[in-house]
Design a protein around this ligand. Sequence first.
Ligand SMILES: *Cc1c(COP(=O)(O)O)cnc(C)c1O
Length: 415
Amino acid sequence: MQAASTIRKNQISNFSNINYYIELENQYGANNYHPLDVVLTEGKGVWVWDTEGKKYLDCLSAYSALNQGHCHPRILQAMIEQASKITLTSRAFRNNQLGLFYEKLSQISGLSKVLPMNSGAEAVETAIKAIRKWAYTIKGVPKNQAEIIVCSNNFSGRTISLISFSTEAQYQDGFFPLTPGFKVIPYGDAQALADAITPNTAAFLVEPIQGEGGIIVPSDGFLKQAETICRQNNVLLIFDEIQTGLGRTGKMFAFQHEGVKPDGITVGKALSGGFYPISAFVSTDEVMGVFTPGDHGSTFGGNPLAAAIGIAALDVIIEEDLPERAANLGQYFIEKLRLIKSPHVKEVRGKGLLIGVELHESSGGARRFCKALAKLGILAKETRDHVIRFAPPLVINQEEIDWSLERIAEVLLVE
Ligand SMILES: *Cc1c(COP(=O)(O)O)cnc(C)c1O
């Protein structure tokens, strides 16, 4: 392979800009992603631009981390203002942003306590630590016996403990030994949940809708049934709302579709407004009360820059009515997608603006359709092999949806 410095020298004669950046990434980067070969340089709202100035509608929103759209001016302003004052205090000292962030997240979630982290995976790790300690100190589970029930096809992140309960062989292969203490049941199966519970069960940890699993929506009532079963057995109900939360599915949180009251949720992705990683485990006094100083922490978790950005990110979601936009426009988008009578489409499903178009296996995988969409100016990504995810920023308008529908139809009917 050619050295990047050579590539740089020769780029004008031998390489277009785009190949230069792709080669650089390929030469120096780990090969742990398979991106579409577009090299983005700017983003605004629902639109992004590449090195050649070509414009695309972003239908992935960085896996729903960009519900507020790219470079939202208000969040940008909050970031610049805070960045020029103080960015990092560590939790060894207090700062004047963190409490305000806690208060806002507590108010919108209906849960009383917040523990800030950075990535989504860390928020789920935090939930697992809280669950286990709650099991031993409050529920009275015998030492080291706590079990957490999860669902097949789940996604919670990429740390060793989180992949330990994945059911995707590739996520685990080569990374053993795994963390014990998890029990897997089929997704959406309340009876299986009831059957799996033992006296040592501490929690049921579940995504209200599975995002990475292919936009799998459980049947109506599942979350409510899960709540009842958990209550009857003194088992915590913890929702991973990292992808479904903050307006994406048409409510602030997906659990609100069924009026459920969880014991805790994990939040991340759009909590950042797309600017700066921030995540949190949000829970009750009882569960969060298990933590004492020294039990858990993070150098960057709760820093004032992240907190200020988190506050602005939440303000934008509330003040621009993004959950309601997602509900209305999502319904419109799904209805119109269902009208595209393509032989490739097996099912169109979703809630709000978290939409999956599942293709027949005989159609050869979703990736070639995503490539064709990119040519027409739509960035979407396959999830699992046969599902195209459409999850644009929630600031999208109907005209932009119509624009994308024309192109989606073209690809699904012609490819
Ligand atoms: C993306 C995601 C995570 C992991 O978040 P990272 O920030 O990538 O660590 C966890 N749970 C769900 C449901 C997710 O969609």
